[in-house]
Design a protein around this ligand. Structure first.
Ligand SMILES: Cc1ncc(COP(=O)(O)O)c(C=O)c1O
Length: 493
C-alpha cells in the first residue's frame, strides 16, 4: 500500500470541501500512475483512520471517483482503479515543477502583431496618466440609471427582452434613437437604418469587416485615431494617409488619391479630428460627400464626441447631408455618459445595416437589451439632455482652467490651440524637447505618457500628443501641471 498518510494533504483552512480535496488528490495519483489501473484502494474505514478524516468523507470521495469513471467497485473484492484509464504521457520532472499550463497553449493559433497596438495598460495608484480625452466617471448619473433599470426590470412588459432576441438591438431604443438623432443631428432616418452596437468601436469593426477585402484601400488622416487604424489593418485594408490641417482632412489630397486608386472608404472624425481636435470645414464636408458620390466610396463617420462643444452649436454630421447612401455613421453614449455602458449605434442604408446585423450575430449574438431599454427611457424622459447640459458646463470650465494653467506654467516648453469642443488638447512641444525624453523623465515624477508614438505614425515630426482635460477636477489639473512642470525643469537642468 502506498503511504497515504504522508501523500494526502488535507487543508482545513480553505473553503473547498474535504471530500473534493481528497478526490482531486486521488485523481492526481491515478493520472501520474502512482495508482496504476487495477490497483486496489484501501477500504473506507482503513483510509479514514490513516489520514484522519471521517469515514463518510472517504465514502463520498469514492462515490465521486466512481461517478467520474476513475475507479470501480467490484462486489466482494473491493475498490480498484479503473482498468481502462488511458496512459497519459509521463511528465518530465522539470515540467511538473514549473507548470506552464496557464501560460502557454498546447496548440497553435493565430497571433496578429497588429493587435498589440492600443492594448490597454494596467493602472498604478499614485501615478497620473495622460489620457486621450475621456469623460469623468465620477459624473456618471448612476442613481438615475439604476432607478430606471430597476423599475423596468420588474415590469411584465420587459420579460420578452430577457430571452434571445433580435441582433439589431432593443426595438424601443431603436425607435427612441431614430427620433432623438433626427432631432439633434438633422438626420433623416427610420428604424431600418439603425443597428444598436456596443459602442462606436463595434460599429467600426463591423463596417470595416464588411467593406474591406484583402488589400483594398481606405483613406485616413496622416494623424488619425490609432485604434481605427488598427481596426482597418486587422480587416486587411491598405491605409492611404492624407494631410490634416486646421480645416481637417485635406479633401483635395483625397481627390488625387481617388484618381489613382480604387478607394473603398474614407474614415473621418469631422466634428473634432482625432487627434488634432480641428473641425472639418463646411466646404470640405461638401467636397468629401461629392467625392464619395462620384467615386462610390463609403464615408465612415465616427462622431465620437458630438455632444461636447463649448463655443458654438454642434456642427451637423456628414450623415445629415448624405443623399446617396455613402455615409456610415457611428456614435455612442460611451463618451457622453460613461464608457462602461456599452451602448452605441451604426446608421447606414438598410442593406448595409441588415448585413451588419447578420455579422453581429456571430460576434456578440445580441446586445444587452435591458440596458438598452434603460437608455431608451433615459433619453425619452429628458435625462440624457440634462446630463449633457451639466457635464458640458463642467468640461468647459475644466478646459478653460487646464489651458490657463498650461499657458501660465508651461508656455516656455509647449504650445496648443484652445479646442472648441471635445475632451482633449493637441499639445505641441517646442523643438528643443521631445516626447521621448519627456515621457522617460515624467515617469520619475509619477506621470505616465504612454502613447506618444501613436500620434506620429508617418514620422512627420509633429512633436505633439493629445492630452485629455475632462477627467481632471481642479485639484487634479493643478497636480498634473505641477508634475509636468517639474519634469520639464528636470530636463532643463
Ligand atoms: C475617435 C474615437 N472613436 C471611437 C472611440 C470608441 O468609442 P466607444 O467607447 O463608443 O466604442 C473612441 C474612444 O476613445 C474614440 O476616441
Amino acid at each position: 500500500m502506498i503511504p497515504y498518510k504522508t501523500i494526502i494533504k488535507i487543508d482545513r483552512a480553505i473553503k473547498q470541501p474535504v471530500y473534493i480535496q481528497l478526490t482531486n488528490q486521488f485523481i492526481d495519483l491515478i493520472k501520474e500512475r502512482t495508482l496504476p489501473p487495477q490497483a486496489k484502494l484501501p477500504g473506507s474505514r482503513t483510509l479514514s483512520d490513516l489520514i484522519g478524516v471521517h469515514r463518510k468523507t472517504v465514502v463520498a470521495c469514492y462515490e465521486e471517483l466512481t461517478l467520474q469513471g476513475w475507479i470501480e467497485s467490484i462486489p466482494k473484492k473491493g475498490t480498484f482503479v479503473h482498468k481502462d484509464i488511458p496512459i497519459l504521457q509521463q511528465q518530465k520532472w522539470i515540467e511538473k515543477t514549473v507548470s506552464k499550463k496557464n501560460d502557454i497553449t498546447g496548440f497553435s493559433f493565430k497571433q496578429n502583431p497588429i493587435l498589440d497596438q492600443n492594448f490597454p495598460q494596467d493602472y498604478l495608484d499614485d501615478y497620473m496618466y495622460v489620457n486621450d480625452g475621456v469623460s469623468d466617471e465620477r459624473l456618471t448619473p448612476v442613481k438615475e440609471l439604476s432607478i430606471i433599470y430597476r423599475k423596468i426590470s420588474n415590469k411584465k412588459h420587459t420579460l420578452k427582452y430577457m430571452n434571445y432576441g433580435t441582433t439589431y438591438g432593443n426595438p424601443e431604443l431603436r425607435d427612441t434613437l431614430v427620433s432623438y438623432l433626427n432631432e439633434t443631428r438633422g438626420l433623416n432616418i427610420t428604424k431600418d437604418n439603425i443597428l444598436i452596437t456596443r459602442g462606436s468601436q463595434m460599429g467600426m469593426f463591423l463596417a470595416s469587416q464588411l467593406l474591406i477585402e484583402n488589400q483594398e484601400y481606405i483613406i485616413v488622416g496622416e494623424t488619425n485615431y490609432s485604434s481605427a487604424d488598427t481596426t482597418f489593418e486587422f480587416a486587411k485594408a491598405k491605409l492611404l494617409r492624407v494631410r490634416v490641417d486646421k480645416n481637417g482632412l485635406d479633401t483635395n489630397a483625397i481627390e488625387r488619391l481617388c484618381e489613382k486608386y480604387a478607394i473603398k472608404a474614407v474614415y473621418t472624425t469631422p466634428h473634432h479630428h482625432h487627434p488634432t481636435t480641428v473641425t472639418l470645414s463646411a466646404q470640405r464636408r461638401m467636397h468629401l460627400l461629392n467625392l464619395a458620390k462620384t467615386y462610390r466610396f463609403a464615408i465612415l463617420e465616427d462622431d465620437y464626441d458630438y455632444d461636447f462643444h463649448y463655443n458654438h452649436a454642434p456642427i451637423l454630421p456628414l450623415a445629415s447631408h448624405d443623399t446617396h447612401g455613402n455615409v456610415i455613421y457611428v456614435g455612442s453614449i460611451c463618451k457622453t455618459v460613461a464608457p462602461v455602458y456599452r451602448v452605441g449605434y451604426l446608421i447606414a442604408s438598410k442593406d448595409f445595416v441588415d448585413e451588419c446585423a447578420k455579422l453581429r450575430r456571430f460576434v456578440d449574438r445580441q446586445g444587452d437589451a435591458i440596458l438598452e431599454l434603460t437608455f431608451s427611457n433615459f433619453i425619452k424622459d429628458g435625462s440624457l439632455d440634462r446630463h449633457i447640459k451639466k457635464v458640458v458646463k463642467i468640461y468647459k470650465a475644466r478646459r478653460d482652467l487646464f489651458c490657463k494653467l498650461l499657458k501660465q506654467e508651461l508656455s516656455d516648453y509647449l504650445s496648443f490651440e484652445i479646442p472648441k469642443g471635445g475632451m482633449a488638447l493637441w499639445v505641441v512641444l517646442n523643438e528643443n524637447y521631445s516626447w521621448d525624453r519627456v515621457t522617460k523623465v515624467a515617469k520619475q515624477h509619477k506621470l505616465i505618457i504612454s502613447e506618444w508614438q501613436c500620434y506620429d505614425v508617418e514620422n512627420a515630426n509633429h512633436n505633439a500628443i493629445r492630452i485629455g482635460f475632462a477627467r481632471n477636477n481642479e485639484m487634479e489639473a493643478r497636480a498634473f501641471v505641477k508634475r509636468f512642470k517639474e519634469t520639464m525643469q528636470d530636463i532643463d537642468v
